[in-house]
Design a binder for this molecule. Structure first.
Ligand SMILES: CC(C)(C)CN1C(=O)[C@@H](CC(=O)N[C@@H](CC(=O)O)C(=O)O)O[C@H](c2cccc3ccccc23)c2cc(Cl)ccc21
Length: 345
């Protein structure tokens, strides 16, 4: 139990957490005392790293060293970053990053080591994919990139759950399941953010997939390619849904109620998002597609037991299956995955 001698540090931490993501910050604050601060800091350190990766106003020569050394920076009292571009929301976190470091240095060494290790591996992975000319081409690249930016988060969280004794050591051992937890979330975000990422000149959809439907990724936006675009989207959704069996197996291992909700809520939100995306041409015409606030509130309330979470996955799987008709080349794949979900649940 780390005592934040000056509660000021703690207040600043949770202020930044609330600034990054209001709904999820409440979920983190519901975590058991032993884990709450460690996961809050893990989340904020990763947000800081992600803000540097995402900032297109920083040239590569400056950005790459920051990505590769961020795991050391988090030990440097007083460090802040003022080179960031105008993006107000995230910029504030880095300008005041000394408060995050202050909190990080007060964590138990075991949690510091887990956070630093994941940050090092993630920063190097991000640096690899930020290097000029390197981007996601094959499905293997896609899984590797998502492993770096999200799968590793699952590994770190599982190590924390096992380290604090809330969960069995098996949770940290099943790295494949922890990785899938991250890939399901990240692949859902990447499918959802097609247009926003295209505008920011970020290419995450693998050519091995979109190449089956268009000459270039931009072609998918053209109205005359609407059918091909929706078929490609369906393919991306199937690719994400392949992780559901691992997600359900991982969640069935989590016994601590606050850890369970913390893990389950983003997963059911992702499943609801995939349902919203399927056959939805807005993916190619609008940015920031999100499930309705009411649905979010319902999902957060309903995700407190394995049976309820399984029922939610079954519900959305049925809805996706009903929407995908025989014109959809992935109609069979979706049927198979939904059939499996019926069995598992
Ligand atoms: C890229 C990402 C998916 C890993 C981001 N990520 C998440 O998406 C958050 C959810 C979140 O931030 N929701 C925001 C999203 C948004 O801002 O749009 C919301 O407002 O609902 O959840 C994940 C997260 C939570 C629980 C278990 C996980 C297991 C493996 C990988 C990630 C896991 C997360 C946990 C930590 Cl410690 C750090 C980051 C994340």
């Amino acid at each position: 139990q780390h005592d934040y001698s000056n509660d000021k540090t703690r207040q600043r931490l949770y202020h930044h957490l609330n600034m990054t993501s209001r709904s999820f910050s409440a979920v983190i604050q519901d975590l058991d005392e032993e884990l709450k601060d460690a996961i809050c800091l893990f989340y904020l350190v990763l947000r800081g790293l992600d803000t540097i990766e995402d900032d297109m106003t920083i040239d590569l020569d400056t950005k790459l060293p920051y990505l590769r050394t961020f795991h050391e920076i988090i030990y440097q009292k007083g460090w802040t970053f003022t080179k960031n571009g105008p993006n107000e929301k995230d910029r504030q976190l880095l300008v005041e990053f000394d408060a995050i470091i202050e909190g990080f240095l007060q964590l138990k060494p075991a949690y510091q080591t887990i956070i630093a290790d994941i940050t090092k591996r993630m920063g190097n992975g991000m640096a690899h994919y930020a290097t000029a000319g390197i981007h996601v081409e094959t499905n293997a690249d896609y899984d590797e990139y998502c492993h770096y930016v999200a799968g590793l988060v699952g590994l770190g969280l599982s190590e924390m759950f096992s380290a604090c004794g809330f969960e069995s050591p098996l949770v940290a051992e099943r790295k494949d399941l922890s990785n899938s937890m991250g890939l399901f979330l990240q692949k859902t975000n990447i499918a959802r953010d097609y247009l926003e990422d295209l505008r920011d000149n970020r290419r995450f959809w693998p050519k091995e997939i979109w190449g089956q439907y268009a000459e270039t990724m931009e072609d998918l936006v053209k109205p005359e390619n609407k059918e091909k675009a929706l078929q490609c989207l369906s393919h991306m959704i199937v690719n994400a849904m392949e992780h559901i069996r691992d997600v359900l197996e991982y969640l069935s291992m989590i016994k601590n109620p606050s850890c369970f909700k913390f893990c389950a809520i983003p997963q059911v939100m992702a499943m609801a998002t995939l349902n919203l995306l399927h056959s939805n041409y807005k993916v190619f015409t609008h940015e920031n597609i999100k499930i309705r606030k009411g649905e979010t509130v319902w999902l957060m309330k309903e995700s407190d037991s394995m049976d309820k979470v399984a029922a939610i996955f079954r519900l959305y799987a049925r809805q996706i299956n009903n929407k995908s008709n025989s014109l959809d080349p992935h109609f069979v794949d979706i049927g198979v995955i939904c059939g499996e979900i019926e069995q598992i649940c």
